[in-house]
Design a protein around this ligand. Structure first.
Ligand code: PMP
Length: 318
């Protein structure tokens, strides 16, 4: 009888990519029914940013800010990442902070949706609520104060002034749109919070084709429900904001954005957040004035974090 040989194989681990390598490359979806009245030669397209692992467009700047800080050794000293946020950036910091083993402290206005605050805490972030009447400027002020009081404890990520914010879009969102539209994009429309999306994507697209028009989306009034957007007429201007870059500003009311959110859900199957509704309203206005063209916008996140806003979902479209 021949001997039986058992070979014990030590399997080498296959390398699977880390979570942050799945950031970006989001789908570009076409709006059909809500843009059905525009010319046949005009297309309205939107980047579906909730496909990012952390659920929003802010995965791009947050992962880039963290990777850049790690590369520069800013976080290697055991410091906590500190920043102010209106929600999505905080969720993204908490996500990629967990990936890199970096503790995260966030200041956020107390009126941010409870879902957002719960998600940040679930991801292990320390969340400090600031005066709701002071808005995102108050949250930024609080972060400054905390940094001044304990500079040895924190590394201040400062999304409003950090170039790694807009650069994330310059190196990802812009090239993706250029490639996904086969260089056909003629207009780019984006809501402005920190302005990272508009500045980074806009700079890249204008470099490819200076004729591409850039439109900023702004709330119609300072007191608005367009979570994630900043009223730049009354708020502190972000350091990375370049007012010379945009060709036009569209002012959208909360009411119009809410109505569009309902239509996108019920007519397109796109369950998106409020700022996506505002972006769609502006993109359609741009498209209505064209004979031909390709209008691209960004839908920053999905609707899950806004379920507690009853007046948003209580309307019937059909
Ligand atoms: N919409 C939502 C829901 C957001 O969270 C943000 C980020 N604050 C924006 C739009 C605006 O993006 P940006 O900061 O790149 O201007």
């Amino acid at each position: 009888m021949s001997p039986v040989y058992y070979t014990v194989k030590v399997q080498e681990k296959i390398h699977y990519p880390r979570l942050d390598s799945f950031v970006g490359n989001t789908p570009l979806v076409s709006l059909r029914r809500v843009a059905a009245h525009i010319s046949d030669r005009v297309q309205v397209l939107a980047k579906a940013e909730w496909f990012n692992p952390g659920g929003s467009v802010k995965d791009r700047p947050a992962s880039n800010i963290i990777c850049t800080a790690v590369a520069h050794g800013d976080l290697g000293t055991g410091k906590r990442l500190l920043d102010s946020t209106s929600g999505n950036m905080g969720i993204a910091y908490a996500t990629y902070g967990a990936v890199h083993g970096i503790p995260v402290t966030l200041t956020i206005p107390a009126n941010a949706s409870p879902e957002r605050i719960a998600i940040m805490r679930a991801l292990g972030a320390e969340v400090i609520l600031t005066d709701l009447l002071e808005g995102t400027d108050g949250a930024a002020y609080q972060a400054h104060q905390m940094l001044e009081a304990a500079p040895e404890l924190y590394w201040y990520a400062n999304q409003y002034d950090n170039p790694a914010n807009w650069e994330a879009h310059y190196y990802s969102t812009g090239p993706e749109i250029w490639q996904q539209t086969s260089s056909r994009v003629t207009h780019f429309v984006a809501g402005v919070g920190t302005s990272g999306t508009l500045t980074g994507t806009g700079r890249f697209l204008k470099e490819q084709n200076p004729a591409i028009e850039l439109a900023a989306v702004q709330p119609e009034s300072p007191l608005h429900g367009l979570e994630g957007l900043k009223d730049l007429k009354t708020a502190v201007q972000p350091g990375i904001y370049d007012p010379e870059l945009q060709d036009k500003v569209w002012y959208v009311s909360t009411e119009d954005a809410y109505e569009m959110v309902g239509r996108l859900a019920q007519e397109e199957g796109l369950f998106v957040g409020v700022s996506a509704g505002a972006a769609a309203v502006a993109a359609i206005r741009v498209a209505e004035a064209l004979d031909e063209g390709t209008v691209v916008t960004v839908f920053p996140d999905a609707g899950y974090k806004y379920l507690s806003i009853e007046e948003l979902w209580n309307r019937k479209v059909k």
